[in-house]
Ligand binder design. Structure first.
Ligand SMILES: [Zn+2]
Length: 109
């Protein structure tokens, strides 16, 4: 951290949650870290676990559930991921695998 005004690295943290430059006296707030993407990732992981073994076989229905909690783009990607991961987890036959892959493709149509 260095002073945005004079560039000095001689900076201290104030109890008011501000930084102050010891060199020029400039004060500025601690930048707020945006954690919203972490919440989205946690939500996706939670949804993945909830639906990976759910008896929902079509992308359409899966999307309808996921879209309640995610934006459309995230919901489509997650729905496809769930269908494909399910195929790998279940060690399906070739024809069942193809059906799940085809269903996953529908998520992007
Ligand atoms: Zn300064």
């Amino acid at each position: 951290m260095s002073c945005p005004k004079c560039g000095s690295g001689d900076v201290m943290l104030l109890p008011s949650n501000e930084f102050a430059c010891k060199h020029c006296g400039h004060k500025w707030p601690i930048p707020q870290v945006d954690y919203s993407w972490v919440e989205v990732e946690v939500k996706k992981a939670r949804l993945f676990e909830r639906y990976i073994d759910a008896p929902i076989e079509t992308c359409e229905r899966l999307l309808a559930e996921l879209a309640k909690e995610l934006n459309e783009r995230d919901a489509r990607i997650l729905a496809a991921k769930i269908l494909l991961m399910r195929a790998y987890r279940r060690r399906l036959s070739q024809s069942e695998l193809q059906r799940l892959h085809a269903e996953a493709d529908k998520c992007f149509q």
